[in-house]
Design a protein around this ligand. Structure first.
Ligand code: SAM
Ligand code: DTB
Ligand code: SF4
Length: 334
């Protein structure tokens, strides 16, 4: 076990730096691995300290997801039920009509969500899609919700168009470290992802960027993912940590599930290395019990996907989530 005192306190991501001298600080994978190697209690203590310095530790932010264009995706991401390369039983659909999206957003707001995230199973949006998704952003925003979209790769012009429509966040995950990424995705490169993130950042849209664990990666690779995210300059405002939802028919169905405490560690390390980011306990909650979710909140997760469905797979029922918030004394951001 690493001792709690050996981890450099100076290595905070740029947006969290309090003194100009710290903006040069970068996380080395070895330092992030040293955090993973702490005893769970020491790691939780560190994560709690950082969390409470920047956030109300009793408050959760709720985001609701909607798949606005499902399945038939040309990409071959080995974890994804929506890829046309795998037979998962997910039916491909066309882009959802505007009014259905607005209705779903209205319902999400009525349930208590503050952000509405719209996802499309595209490699990247086509020119004809852009005006339609921009309209969705405008209408959802008009309901008083924050907007987020995840539409695949974007060029600079597309990012600017989404910014002009008023999009608050764009979600695009790094998913893993480059060396593991190459084993699970062949149709797009890590650099493609970094380029999209740069376009989003330059357009002035807030960045939502995280990854998936539980895909059979090593601890060093999990640490490497967190280092990649924390070293984005500036750091993402929002960091979804997904635990692989294994879907029959995908190449990753059947991998050894991650030790639940290792998932908690990943959340805690994300919190410590990205102190000001919203860390979202994302996919995989349906497969977790309440005690494990509570540990994730104690480790610094302060946001969840809220609503009965993620994109194609299930998420805890809202009534069950509300009962959990009540039991834990958590309030939700309004
Ligand atoms: N097509 C777009 C893209 O890939 O950028 C947006 C949607 S894609 C489903 C968004 C993210 O969902 C992926 O980057 C991945 O992190 C996560 N995801 C997809 N399938 C998952 C699964 N089975 N379990 C956990 N996370 C998953
Ligand atoms: C993210 O990091 N996780 C969400 C959201 N961003 C788009 C998606 C999770 C998808 C889980 C599999 C599914 O439901 O299809
Ligand atoms: Fe397509 Fe996104 Fe799924 Fe990859 S993760 S197959 S890009 S929907």
């Amino acid at each position: 076990m690493t001792s709690i005192s050996t981890i450099p306190l100076s290595a905070v991501c740029a947006t969290a730096a309090r003194a100009p001298a710290l903006t040069e600080a970068r996380w080395l994978s070895a330092d992030v691995e040293a955090l993973f190697a702490l005893s769970l209690m020491d790691l939780l203590f560190r994560a709690q300290q950082v969390h409470r310095e920047h956030f109300d530790a009793n408050e959760l932010q709720l985001s609701t997801l909607l798949s606005i264009k499902t399945g038939g995706c040309p990409e071959d991401c080995g974890y994804c039920p929506q890829s046309a390369h795998f037979d998962t039983g997910v039916e491909a659909s066309k882009l959802m009509p505007l009014q259905e999206v607005v209705e779903a957003a209205r319902a999400a707001k009525a349930q208590g969500a503050t952000r509405f995230c719209m996802g499309a199973a595209w490699r990247s949006p086509k020119a004809r899609d852009m005006e339609r998704v921009a309209e969705m952003v405008r209408e959802v925003k008009a309901l008083g919700l924050e907007t987020c979209m995840t539409l695949g790769l974007l060029d600079a012009e597309q990012a600017q168009a989404l910014d002009a429509a008023g999009l608050d966040y764009y979600n695009h995950n790094l998913d893993s470290v480059p060396e593991f990424y190459r084993q699970i995705i062949g149709t797009r490169s890590y650099q493609d992802r970094l380029d999209t993130l740069a376009h989003v950042r330059h357009a002035g849209i807030k960045v939502c960027c995280g990854g998936i664990v539980g895909m059979g990666e090593s601890r060093a690779q999990r640490a490497g993912l967190i280092a990649q995210l924390a070293n984005l300059d500036p750091c993402p405002e929002s960091v979804p940590i997904n635990n692989l939802v294994q879907v029959e028919g995908t190449p990753l169905a059947g991998v050894e599930p991650l030790d639940p405490f290792e998932f908690v560690r990943t959340i805690a390390v994300a919190r410590i290395t990205m102190p000001r980011a919203m860390v979202r306990l994302s996919a995989g909650r349906e497969q977790m019990d309440e005690a494990l979710q509570a540990l994730c909140f104690a480790a610094g997760a302060n946001s969840i996907f809220y609503g009965d469905k993620l994109l194609t797979t299930s998420n805890p029922q809202t009534a069950r989530d509300r009962a959990l918030f009540e039991r834990l004394g958590l309030k939700t951001r309004t």
